[in-house]
Design a protein around this ligand. Structure first.
Ligand code: ADP
Length: 711
């Protein structure tokens, strides 16, 4: 037989190879330990094998597997048997194992090896053969073999074989331990990721600050196995720490609050100030510690940061000493990073909600209509006044609906379209279904959309109407006595002989009556124009108008020795207008030019076609001129320039207001260019009467684009 020639070494190598093949592929540590124990039992021809594995981190030896009867705890689960290996130099058995000595243990040895007592007792070990498994002085594990029924020691040749197998078994065991450790670490990582994802979900689900605190502390306690926890908010600027939530402490909340206010924030406050987490294994060693419950022995506080600022502190406490590991700290730090974001979000949300509530309160209580639409024309805000004025249902929400759909039967829609076409801020007068008149201001904001604010101007309109009626009545009633006075003065002049002084008095009375009549005429006119009188449009020759106006002032102008020039091209198209009203416009402008120009001055009236559809007429003088500040007001009613030069000039301040209104009624425009002391130029643009002679049109140069005017 081949076997008889084989050396023991050859057999060991073969067994070792077999073991490696058989066990080296087993990566599950428990399965490997069981199999190993079984194979060792067979190889040793023993009744039983025990495999102990070394935990290098905790410096313990743990019973990993045992063949035969299992050792169970009180609840019937496999009992966790372990004993320390550090500082066990005096324990004769452990000392040997650490040195790597194979050792047949006898009963007497065990009596001296107190460290092993728990194992010896649980497994009823008496006489056994032990082989330590070392790799480069590191104890990986130990296996023991015994015969508990016969108490016989293992055969010497088997002892030799088992000793020879030790290095191979050590490698197999180390590989399996490392693999299981890696798997465990990987599992832990996956679990942690899973938990963090869940935390993220729970925290992002809430916008309530209190809920954020609850979720945070709940997770902190669950993961660290802490019995109590608290969360305090920190104001870095004022160094104020306010405990917002306390969980798991036996004293009632008011008592905790009292303790906090009496003793302050303790370690949590220290952590808030430093921004660094602290783990206190035994709170009795820390003088800053504030005991909310005397039952707590270890403590961990972790700062919650937002952009380099501490905004809160998470604290967990345990009844056990040294309860918090690096892994716990690492986890709570990750939790605190998430809590920071959630606290910030919740705070921002509640701040925004508060602001929104405030705003909606303000908007709800103002009388003006306020509406806002987004870029898509959908309503994003509508206040109570709007609902009431537009007869909308107060309990219904119109948010998100299209503006044109909500207001489809009101003039608001066309005003809105108009504003959109103009693409900028626009003010329009609209009458709403409640029969009231509003000043509607449409303004556009690139980031929001359209903001519509409407102010009820009905009272102003009514007052205006009343005023106009009053002016009309009063003016009429004033005119009549003036005519009577005029008549009697004429009679007086005809029938009485009056001396030169009396003549002078009569002329002054006549001038005053005339001024009064002008004022009344202007007032009547203004009132009429404001109540919306219509003009009768026909084709008017502007040449005829200007010439007639100049004729009207010729006498006065000649008296002042003024020069009057007219530049009117022959092919000037006719204007779409009301002859009498156009006469009124230019009588005023030419009259003013004569009035506000010194003797020997110069007046030029010009007209030219500026675009296909517009004629521009200018009345220019080299008179006293108007300052830029006054230019802004001269078209206002009753505005008169107050200067030394104008003191002696009579007027009502209504002329230009009437002119402006009349020009607008003709769909024209009026502007002014003037310099103080140099003269003024009034520029009026009026529309061409559309029914023009086609031959005239053809002879015109190409028309510039509409609106192309000099000012
Ligand atoms: P008034 O009856 O006072 O002339 P207007 O409304 O016609 O009232 O004019 C308003 C003011 O504008 C006048 O008081 C005057 O100071 C100024 N003004 C009008 N036209 C001229 C002008 N051509 N040159 C200088 N000032 C003028």
């Amino acid at each position: 037989m081949v076997e008889t020639h084989r050396t023991p070494q050859a057999t060991w190598v073969e067994v070792a190879n077999q073991l490696t093949l058989e066990l080296g592929t087993l990566l599950n540590l428990d399965a490997l330990l069981k199999k190993l124990a079984q194979r060792l039992t067979e190889l040793a021809g023993a009744e039983r094998a025990l495999v102990l594995t070394a935990d290098s981190e905790n410096e313990t030896l743990n019973l990993g597997a045992i063949t035969g009867t299992q050792i169970l705890d009180a609840r019937g689960r496999p009992k966790h048997i372990f004993f320390p290996t550090h500082n066990q130099g005096d324990d004769p058995i452990i000392a040997r194992w650490l040195r790597g000595e194979v050792y047949p243990v006898a009963n007497g040895d065990l009596a001296r090896a107190s460290t092993l007592a728990s194992l010896a007792q649980a497994a009823e070990l008496t006489v056994f053969f032990s082989v330590p498994l070392l790799i480069e002085h590191d104890l990986i594990g130990v296996f023991c073999l015994d015969n508990p029924s016969s108490h016989a020691q293992i055969q010497p040749d088997k002892q030799t074989l088992l000793s020879a197998l030790a290095p191979t078994i050590a490698v197999i065991l180390r590989n399996a331990v490392q693999h299981s450790q890696t798997t465990r670490e990987l599992d832990d990582k996956v679990n942690e990721l899973h938990r963090l994802r869940q935390i993220d979900r729970e925290l992002s689900d809430t916008i309530k600050l209190r809920h954020v605190f609850d979720v945070t502390l709940d997770w902190a306690m669950r993961i660290t196995n802490a019995e109590a926890a608290s969360l305090a908010l920190y104001e870095q600027d004022t160094d104020e720490l306010r405990f917002a939530l306390e969980l798991g402490y036996p004293p009632p909340n008011d008592q905790i609050a009292l303790l906090r206010s009496t003793y302050g924030g303790g370690i949590a406050h220290r952590v808030a100030r430093s921004g660094r987490p602290e783990v206190i294994p035994d709170v009795s060693t820390d003088t800053d510690y504030v005991a909310i419950s005397n039952a707590m022995h270890s403590h961990m506080s972790v700062p919650v940061m937002r952009e380099d600022r501490v905004i809160a502190v998470i604290t967990v406490e345990s009844r056990r000493f040294n309860a918090f590991t690096d892994a716990h700290l690492d986890f709570v730090e990750k939790l605190s990073a998430r809590a920071g974001v959630a606290i910030d979000n919740a705070r921002l949300f509640s701040e925004t909600a508060r602001e929104r509530e405030k705003l909606s309160h303000i908007l709800g209580s103002i009388a003006d209509i306020v509406m806002v639409t987004g870029q898509d024309d959908r309503l994003i805000l509508i206040n109570q006044s709007a609902l009431a004025a537009l007869y909308l249902y107060p309990e219904r929400s119109y948010i998100g609906q299209l503006f044109p759909e909500v207001f489809d039967d009101t003039p608001l829609v066309s005003a809105f379209h108009h504003a959109k076409v103009m693409g900028q801020t626009m003010v329009e007068e609209v009458i709403l279904p409640n029969k009231r008149t509003y000043h509607a201001n449409f303004s556009y904001n690139e980031k929001i959309g359209w903001l519509i604010v409407m102010h009820d101007i009905t009272p102003l309109k009514e007052t205006d109407q009343l005023k106009n009626e009053l002016v009309a009545t009063v003016s009429h009633d004033l005119k009549q006595p003036l005519s009577v006075m005029n008549g009697y003065i004429e009679l007086l002049q005809m029938n009485q002989k009056i001396n030169p002084l009396g003549d002078n008095y009569i002329r002054m009375i006549q001038r005053s009556i005339q001024n009064m009549q002008h004022l009344i005429d202007d007032l009547l006119d203004m009132a009429k124009l404001e109540t919306g009188v219509q003009i009768e449009v026909e084709a008017v020759s502007i040449k005829q108008v200007i010439e007639e106006c100049l004729e009207n002032v010729r006498q006065v102008a000649e008296a002042k020795e003024m020069r009057m020039d007219v530049e009117l091209p022959d092919d000037l198209p006719r204007i779409a207008g009301d002859f009498k009203r156009l006469l009124q416009i230019f009588n005023n402008l030419v009259g003013n030019a004569v009035k506000y120009t010194q003797p020997e001055g110069h007046i030029i009236a010009k007209a030219e076609r500026t675009t296909h559809s517009a004629v521009q007429i200018t009345v220019q003088d080299n008179g006293i001129g108007i300052s830029p500040e006054d230019q802004a007001h001269i078209f206002d009613r009753f505005y008169r320039v107050r200067r030394a030069e104008t003191d002696t000039i009579e007027g009502t301040g209504l002329g230009l207001a009437i002119v402006k209104r009349l020009v607008e009624m003709h769909k024209g425009q009026i502007g002014i260019e003037s310099r103080l002391g140099e003269g003024s130029k009034f520029i009026v643009t009026l529309p061409v009467f559309p029914d023009v002679d086609p031959r005239q049109t053809q002879s015109l140069p190409p028309a510039p684009p509409d609106g192309d005017s000099d000012y």
